[in-house]
Design a protein around this ligand. Structure first.
Ligand SMILES: *Cc1c(COP(=O)(O)O)cnc(C)c1O
Length: 413
């Protein structure tokens, strides 16, 4: 059909397309909601270079500093030299390298599950988790502040999907009770909430799941490597590992690599291998990523000092910022490395981020739609490799910001 169109008509439709895009972008700019990419010229370390300028950053998920750990880099280099840069095919064709199998076994041991399966990203792991096991006759009940990938996954699954207000588990239970009686029910939550840094009460949710005969899936992208005595995540910390039916995690945060995984019962993993479209129709993780994650996992297990330093810093920074009158959300222990400073409107968050930038601190403003309207914020991510001097510099800048803005109470969302 297209080539039957007159040339002029094609051009007109292209023109009107680009015009409408420009209009939408201009509206975004006006609302302080325009996003753009800034090339980073250095590694994901506490000190970075962006556009030729030097900053101390509080904006990386490389929580333990493992993305630049010499042993992790060496493992990635060796794997690349031996096995090449790309895996060459999907897992079910010829892309399933021994390294992937080794990492999957290590992840299953780490998460205390029968088996685990790798995906190219955590996003794709979440897609697989819900679209494979939930279908049109089923019900998914999820926390309103769950990660966008879980929301997308719930939509793609075709299941009836309802959200409950953040951490309001009585409401979750009501929704589960009200779902179709013979449908399979899924209760789905982030373990650590990525924009608020608070955590779910997994024991309370496991009780809800039990009472309503639901399956209980968690996404512990931010807790993996960070929380728990062995660093295995929030479920380990809250002592509920055996009450969770399926765990999604990522290699891309504390483990310093790229890739997602699902850990759970053998039958669930075999089903994913046989039917998950975001597993089957995509190329296997590059060998360097798998080897780096394996090395990172070894360090997580052998070196608890990194996560205990991170927890100490997280507790200290939260306490100090709250003491200055900032709204750091409602999180209670454990202190996660994600600390929001909620400022209200997008313009205020952007202005605060800019003024911190002028002081050499890189802390992004997070705006709607990533967070709910009127809860635009600065989002601080801490790393175990931040020095005490970095932390003092951060707190000094916020002290000044609070005085400049007379910011004792922020507008609540
Ligand atoms: C980052 C994140 C993901 C996605 O993981 P990627 O590996 O980056 O695709 C999924 N869930 C949560 C809660 C996250 O924070």
């Amino acid at each position: 059909m297209r080539h039957n169109l007159l040339r002029g008509e094609m051009l007109r439709s292209r023109e009107s397309w680009l015009e409408s895009l420009s209009r939408n972008l201009a509206a975004r700019r006006e609302g302080h909601l325009f996003r753009e990419l800034r090339p980073l010229e250095s590694a994901a370390e506490p000190e970075i270079t962006v556009g030729g300028c030097h900053f101390v950053q509080f904006a990386s998920n490389n929580y333990l500093g493992l993305a630049t750990h010499p042993e992790v880099i060496a493992a990635a280099r060796e794997a690349t030299e031996r096995f090449g840069t790309g895996s060459g095919a999907s897992r079910l064709v010829t892309g399933s390298m021994a390294l992937h199998h080794q990492l999957e076994q290590a992840l299953a041991r780490f998460k205390h599950t029968e088996a685990a399966l790798l995906f190219p990203t955590g996003y794709m792991a979440n897609l697989a988790a819900l679209t494979t096991f939930a279908g049109e006759c089923d019900s998914i009940i999820s926390d309103k502040l769950n990660h966008a990938s879980l929301l997308d996954a719930a939509r793609f699954s075709g299941a009836a999907h309802r959200t409950f207000p953040h951490c309001q588990y009585r409401r979750a239970e009501e929704l589960l009770q009200r779902s179709q009686p013979d449908s399979r029910r899924f209760l789905v939550t982030d373990a650590v909430f990525s924009m608020d840094g608070d955590v779910a009460d997994l024991a309370a949710l496991a009780d809800v799941a039990e009472r309503t005969d639901s399956l209980f899936f968690i996404d512990d992208a931010h807790g993996t490597g960070v929380l728990g005595p062995r660093g295995a995540g929030l479920a380990e910390l809250q002592n509920v590992e055996d009450r969770i039916d399926l765990t999604v995690g990522t290699l891309s945060k504390a483990l310093g690599s790229l890739g997602g995984f699902i850990a759970g019962p053998r039958a669930a993993i075999d089903t994913l291998i046989n039917s998950a479209r975001s597993f089957i129709f995509t190329t296997a993780l590059p060998p360097a990523c798998a080897a780096a994650a394996l090395a990172a996992l070894r360090i997580v297990e052998a070196d608890p000092a990194r996560r205990s330093r991170l927890a100490r810093l997280a507790h200290h920074v939260r306490t100090e910022l709250r003491g200055m009158g900032f709204d750091c959300g409602s999180s209670t222990p454990p202190a996660t490395p994600i600390i929001p400073v909620i400022l209200g409107d997008a313009a205020a968050a952007l202005a605060a981020s800019d003024s911190l930038k002028a002081r050499g601190l890189f802390i992004p403003a997070i705006r709607p739609p990533t967070v709910p309207p009127n809860s635009a914020r600065l989002r601080i991510s801490l790393m175990a490799t931040h020095t005490d001097a970095h932390i003092e510099q951060l707190l000094e800048a916020f002290r000044e910001l609070s005085q400049k803005r007379g910011l004792c109470v922020s507008p609540s969302a």
